[in-house]
Design a protein around this ligand. Structure first.
Ligand SMILES: *[C@@H]1O[C@H](CO)[C@@H](O)[C@H](O)[C@H]1NC(C)=O
Ligand SMILES: *[C@@H]1O[C@H](CO)[C@@H](O)[C@H](O)[C@H]1NC(C)=O
Ligand SMILES: *[C@@H]1O[C@H](CO)[C@@H](O)[C@H](O)[C@H]1NC(C)=O
Ligand SMILES: *[C@@H]1O[C@H](CO)[C@@H](O)[C@H](O)[C@H]1NC(C)=O
Ligand SMILES: *[C@@H]1O[C@H](CO)[C@@H](O)[C@H](O)[C@H]1NC(C)=O
Ligand SMILES: [Cu+2]
Ligand SMILES: [Zn+2]
Length: 185
């Protein structure tokens, strides 16, 4: 299954990047590939899937609600197991010396097949500060990783057809299909 999120700067229509999500099958991790631009140089930014979608052209990233947390656990680092992180906890992304993040990660807890852990129709958020993984000792470390303001966000579109199983599907999906094929295979 595949999905896309286009990120905009908080409360603006300024596009900062796009992320592509790919999960080969229900037993595989979700891979995320993409680029986010326009950040300060050499900065570390918390990165999470938040619970809610942004409806009706909403641009306010705060409307995405809290971290996606279907098991009601404490905030944690991405390498923690299901009981020691939120499903939406994806750690940090780091902007390089020209303020660009090249995203290339894989996570086995977010999912596009499993309904409980599904990130479809939820919102990815990039924060102003690093995510302390729950260990910072700040009042909000256990809920948000003390990652600060929401710099950018984008809704994860509902999953698209699995291109490996239906390579010749209908409806002009060919260019998207080809893009994913190039990105992930
Ligand atoms: C997306 O999520 C919102 C809640 O965040 C819900 O109201 C809406 O119905 C969902 N859309 C779809 C197509 O599932
Ligand atoms: C953004 O959404 C939050 C939560 O819904 C709300 O409290 C806040 O006032 C909104 N900000 C703006 C600028 O609309
Ligand atoms: C979804 O994932 C959870 C946690 O791994 C698991 O307990 C549950 O059985 C899965 N649901 C389905 C429908 O596979
Ligand atoms: C995020 O990066 C900061 C600083 O580099 C580090 O201290 C922190 O542990 C990282 N957080 C996670 C969740 O890995
Ligand atoms: C976070 O939760 C852990 C485990 O319950 C607790 O030991 C710790 O004191 C909490 N941290 C903060 C800053 O509240
Ligand atoms: Cu967040
Ligand atoms: Zn979290």
């Amino acid at each position: 299954m595949t999905s896309i999120a286009n990120l905009h700067a908080d409360s603006t229509t300024i596009v900062l990047g796009s992320l592509f999500f790919y999960q080969l099958d229900a037993d595989s991790p979700v891979r995320i590939i993409g680029v986010i631009d326009g950040l300060q140089r050499n900065t570390v930014h918390g990165f999470h899937v938040h619970r809610d979608s942004l409806m009706n052209g909403e641009l306010n990233c705060t409307a995405a609600g809290p971290h996606f947390n279907p098991y009601n656990t404490l905030h944690g680092p991405p390498e923690a197991d299901l009981t020691h992180r939120h499903v939406g906890d994806l750690g940090n992304l780091t902007a390089n010396d020209v303020g660009v993040i090249i995203v290339e990660l894989s996570d086995g807890i977010i999912d596009l097949y499993n309904a409980t852990r599904s990130i479809a129709n939820r919102t990815v958020v990039l924060h102003a500060m690093r995510d302390d993984g729950g260990k910072g000792g700040f009042p909000d470390s256990n809920t948000t990783g003390n990652a600060g303001a929401r710099l950018a966000c984008g809704v994860i579109s509902l999953p698209m057809q699995d291109f490996d199983k239906k390579p010749h599907s209908l409806k002009g999906s060919t260019s998207v299909t080809n893009l994913f094929r190039k990105l992930f295979t």
